[in-house]
Design a protein around this ligand. Structure first.
Ligand code: HXC
Ligand code: NAP
Length: 284
């Protein structure tokens, strides 16, 4: 049982890119439970078909179309098809992404393009296609961009992703101002680690990496997908109608633990604190 009224998103038409797997799918599932109509789009037809079939079981309205967000023509056709099916689009969730860990000096230009083209260009193309239509139709709308905490901080070993997500964050904040006059709202979510097959296989391929990650999270656990879906449901709902241009972090406090100068003192024992207290009192 979630925290929201069953009709929180009643009849809102939501398009989620990358909506067949991982966090995209978890968001879609919850949006449907809250009354939304759902369209999902990504490259693999089998995953899309399976997700749409499973998500429709409860007599929910789910549409899917194979789409590569790197191709503006395919996005154009996708938006046409969703409008034809549901009559309109009310919410766009830019969730499709690509990523992998690698020392930056090992990357080829094609490897850089692989990430930038999905994350930055794909998000930009989808945003443009739908934004132009909303403006022409005089239709209000909400765009939710899924970024990461390192969109703000940067991160070693995922440099193309960090650069692309930083671009998406800048897009969010820029359009929050420019398109507010058309009643188009921009919001973003910056997740910390949430185990999904897509992310775990490319970013935490060995259990040691996940273990190290948990030690860096003050709440000492990774996130679960429903927690992120709750946040997304609120942000796209009319109850968040005055939130525009904001990015909400959901990471158990991870990035702050990495940032605070004295945070490593968490490792110090009570006995060591007794000794330190003696040493530090009155500057002794
Ligand atoms: C180095 C790599 C590489 C790797 C691919 N390449 N993987 N280089 N290390 N691990 C290089 C290839 O050699 C090639 O360059 C170029 O990248 C393109 O590779 P393709 O396989 O042809 O790319 P493509 O088919 O477009 O696939 C894109 C992809 C793939 C990003 C590489 O992993 C994918 O489809 N990912 C989608 C799902 C995903 O990544 N989900 C994770 C999201 S999690 P050359 O020069 O050899 O031709 C996330 C945030 C998580 O975003 C944050 C956690 C806290
Ligand atoms: P995921 O399951 O791998 O999701 C990525 C989705 O994007 C897949 O469904 C993939 O489907 C789709 N996609 C990739 N390239 C595409 C393209 N060119 N065109 C259309 N769709 C494409 O991983 P996830 O963990 O759920 O990630 C979802 C979002 O959360 C991403 O934006 C990611 O950056 C963000 N995020 C995740 C985490 C985490 O810990 N999981 C943390 C921070 C941020 P196809 O391959 O079939 O196209």
């Amino acid at each position: 049982m979630g925290p929201f009224a069953k009709d929180l998103l009643q009849d809102k038409v939501v398009l989620i890119t990358g909506g067949a797997t991982g966090l995209g799918r978890a968001m879609g599932e919850q949006f449907l439970q809250l009354g939304a109509k759902l369209a999902i789009a990504s490259r693999r037809e089998d995953t899309l078909r399976m997700a749409a079939t499973e998500l429709s079981l409860d007599r929910h309205d789910v549409f899917y179309k194979v789409t590569d967000v790197r191709d503006p023509d395919q996005i154009h056709d996708l938006v046409d098809a969703v409008e034809q099916r549901f009559g309109q689009i009310d919410v766009l969730v830019n969730n499709a992404a690509g990523n992998f860990i690698s020392p930056t000096e090992r990357l080829s230009p094609r490897a850089v393009d692989a990430i930038l083209n999905i994350v930055l260009h794909g998000t930009m193309y989808t945003t443009l296609e739908i934004g132009k239509r909303w403006i022409e139709q005089g239709h209000p709308g909400t765009m939710l961009n899924i970024v990461t905490t390192y969109a703000s901080t940067g991160s070693a070993f995922v440099v193309p992703s960090a650069a692309a997500k930083a671009g998406v964050l800048a897009l969010t904040r820029s359009l929050a101002v420019e398109w507010a006059r058309y009643n188009i709202r921009q919001v973003a979510i910056a997740p910390g680690p949430f185990p999904t097959e897509g992310a775990t296989s490319r970013l935490m391929p060995m259990p040691e990496i996940e273990e190290q990650m948990i030690n860096r999270i003050p709440l000492r656990r990774v996130g679960n997908k429903e927690e992120l879906a709750h946040l997304a449901s609120y942000l796209i709902s009319d109850y968040a109608s005055y939130i525009n241009g904001e990015v909400v972090t959901i990471d158990g406090g991870e990035w702050l633990q990495g940032a605070g100068e004295f945070n490593d003192l968490l490792e110090i024992t009570e006995e060591q604190w007794d000794i330190l207290a003696e040493k530090t009192r009155k500057g002794k």
